[in-house]
Design a protein around this ligand. Structure first.
Ligand SMILES: [Fe+2]
Ligand SMILES: [Fe+2]
Length: 135
C-alpha cells in the first residue's frame, strides 16, 4: 500500500483546489518512496525542491482565492502557509549544507500537516468562495 493516497474525504469541493491537493499528496508520496528506497541526495534534493516549488504555487493561488472572496480569516491562514514554507525551506538548507539528511520522518510530518490543513484550515474559506461564485 502506498504511503499517502488522496481520498474523497480530503475533498473541499472546489475543483482547482482539490486538483492541487491531489498533486501535493502525490509529491509527498514520491518523497517518501524516494527516501524509503534510499535514493541518493541528488534525487532526493530534486524531489524535495519540486515539492517545495509546488507548495508555494498552491499557497499563492489559495491566497489569491481567499483575497478575491474576502475571506475574513485570510491573514491567519496565510500565516500558517508562511510558517510551513519557512520550516520546509530551513530543512532544505540544512540538507543542502550537509547538516541533516532527509528522512521518512519529514514525509510523515508533511503528510500529517497536509491532512490536518486540508481537512481543517482549508475548509474554512470554502463557503466564502462558493458565495462569491454564486453572486
Ligand atoms: Fe491552505
Ligand atoms: Fe490547500
Amino acid at each position: 500500500m502506498a504511503f499517502f493516497v488522496w481520498t474523497e474525504k480530503y475533498s473541499v469541493g472546489i475543483q482547482l483546489v482539490d486538483d492541487q491537493h491531489k498533486r501535493l499528496v502525490e509529491m509527498v508520496d514520491d518523497l517518501y518512496e524516494a527516501m524509503k528506497a534510499g535514493r541518493g541526495n541528488e534525487i532526493l534534493g530534486t524531489v524535495f525542491n519540486n515539492l517545495l516549488a509546488y507548495t508555494r504555487l498552491h499557497f499563492a493561488q489559495e491566497e489569491n482565492l481567499m483575497r478575491q472572496c474576502g475571506f475574513p480569516g485570510f491573514a491567519e491562514h496565510k500565516q500558517l502557509h508562511e510558517q510551513l514554507t519557512k520550516q520546509v525551506i530551513d530543512l532544505g538548507e540544512q540538507f543542502k549544507a550537509g547538516k541533516s539528511s532527509l528522512t521518512v520522518h519529514l514525509a510523515s510530518f508533511l503528510k500529517d500537516w497536509l491532512v490536518d490543513h486540508i481537512q481543517g484550515t482549508d475548509r474554512k474559506y470554502v463557503p466564502f468562495v462558493n458565495a462569491m461564485n454564486s453572486r
